[in-house]
Design a protein around this ligand. Structure first.
Ligand SMILES: [Zn+2]
Length: 264
């Protein structure tokens, strides 16, 4: 029996940490890749080794599956500039209807670089945290974009590339619940404590849902999702004290059928 392998696009944020746990629960060997693309804040990149070390320490069932971590410099987005994630500017809506946190082509570049790395490493399965459910308007997070990219990469590399996006059709509350489902309270706590979502890279203000400025759209989404997740868990507990709080059939239903169906 051959070992299954995956390469996770791991930024150090909440979504990619959940994706990493998802991959570790499904593949025999999981490598990770991050990109230094000229982002304004190094907080996410700094979170990556902390999260990897803690995952190894706290989850022995996954430690043996964790393979090499790669950090690839990708200077094009920063050199092109014009985004609030790469340049010093206030976060606001642009005239094109997209927030100026949009980095054009970022996910396409990430996936292309990840697929090239996967080609060298003999890994056909990529895992990414792209999600079209939460409103951000990023066109490169949509399922159509991702699956078309998988097809283009498969053709361009003359080798099948599969892109798994376990978060594509779930919201932030369900992402917290998926973390719970995969790694229990310990994984939720680790994500709260160490993952970075904030567009400002704020690591000084601590909230129930983790560190962040509490003001930027990314903090807003993370905070709202956490509140919904916690209130949902509490509601289930009070409705049926004998039921495990952390089992969520709705979540499983929402993740699996479409996710598997859309994997090429
Ligand atoms: Zn923030």
């Amino acid at each position: 029996m051959t070992n299954t392998q995956a390469l996770v696009l791991f930024s150090g944020g909440q979504d990619s940490t959940v994706c990493l746990a998802w991959a570790l629960s499904r593949f025999d060997c999981v490598e990770t890749v991050g990109f230094d693309y000229g982002q304004r804040h190094a907080a996410e990149l700094a979170a990556r080794p902390r999260l990897l070390a803690e995952l190894k320490k706290q989850f022995p069932q996954w430690a043996d599956r964790m393979g090499q971590d790669h950090l690839i410099p990708l200077s094009a987005p920063g050199a092109i500039g014009g985004s609030a994630l790469t340049d010093v500017m206030a976060i606001e809506m642009g005239r094109d209807g997209l927030p100026n946190t949009f980095v054009p082509g970022r996910n396409l570049m990430f996936l292309t670089a990840a697929a090239a790395l996967g080609y060298r490493r003999g890994i056909a399965d990529l895992v990414g945290g792209m999600c079209e459910t939460d409103f951000s308007g990023y066109p490169d997070c949509r399922n159509d974009t991702i699956q078309a990219t998988a097809k283009a990469l498969s053709l361009g590399l003359a080798r099948e590339v599969r892109i798994h996006t376990p978060l594509m059709f779930i919201d932030k509350a369900a992402t917290w619940k998926l973390a719970q489902d995969l790694g229990g309270a310990a994984l939720v706590d680790l994500i709260v404590e160490e993952s970075v979502t904030c567009y400002e890279g704020d690591r000084t203000h601590r909230h129930d849902w983790g560190y962040g400025c509490g003001v930027c759209p990314a903090c807003g989404l993370r905070a709202r999702g956490y509140v919904e997740y916690r209130s949902g868990a509490t509601a289930r507990k009070s409705a049926d004290p004998s039921a495990p709080v952390l089992q969520d059939e709705d979540l499983r239903f929402s993740v699996r059928p479409r996710d598997l169906k859309n994997d090429l």
